[in-house]
Design a protein around this ligand. Structure first.
Ligand code: PNS
Length: 163
């Protein structure tokens, strides 16, 4: 079985991520979306929330599964019999660091990285920008799934009530 991993923080998942996940699911028998658990960075959404959102928005993709990992991505790959990492490249600025990581991952384990060009509709998107725009009341519809919009609004109104 050809299995690939789409790793990331997904705080929150954007339509750019989803586009890559859906396209990867056409190329591989199984795609594992792996959420990085980073104890040094709290994030807006908790890991269980990110997993719940990802499960919801990939429910129509039967060969996509959601998981989380901490530590090295290649260790997760080895444990789950994954030989390919799929990454989206938004612009040349992504390339230097992504190439460095791809080469390090290849050096560490027998795992290759497949780069996909991001859909130009989403090439300016990042989770951080989504959070910033949403926090100041900007319209992020069409850029993230509707459930993310609802959950962002809930987080923002909770924060306003508390603050
Ligand atoms: O969505 P992000 O935060 O840009 O995703 C980055 C991610 C999770 C793909 C990357 O930080 C990663 O692979 N982290 C795991 C730790 C690791 O393996 N580091 C060595 C990379 S060569």
């Amino acid at each position: 079985m050809r299995r690939a991993v789409c790793p990331g923080s997904f705080d929150p998942v954007t339509n750019g991520h989803l586009d890559i996940i859906a396209r990867a699911s056409e190329l591989f028998d199984e795609v594992v979306v792996a959420v990085l658990v980073n104890h040094k960075k709290q994030g807006l959404f908790s890991i269980p929330e990110r997993i719940e959102i990802l499960s919801e928005v990939t429910a129509d993709l039967p060969n996509v599964v959601i998981d989380s990992f901490h530590g090295l991505l290649v260790d997760f790959c080895t444990e789950h019999d994954v030989r390919s990492i799929v990454k989206g490249l938004r612009a040349v600025s992504d390339f230097d660091y992504e190439l460095q990581m791809a080469q390090m991952n290849r050096r560490l384990a027998d795992v290759d990285t497949v780069f996909m060009s991001t859909n130009p509709l989403y090439s300016f998107l990042s989770s951080s920008l989504i959070k910033e725009v949403a926090t100041y009341g900007g319209d992020v519809s069409g850029l993230v799934p509707p459930t993310v919009i609802d959950r962002l609004e809930a987080k923002i109104s909770d924060a306003a009530e508390q603050g």
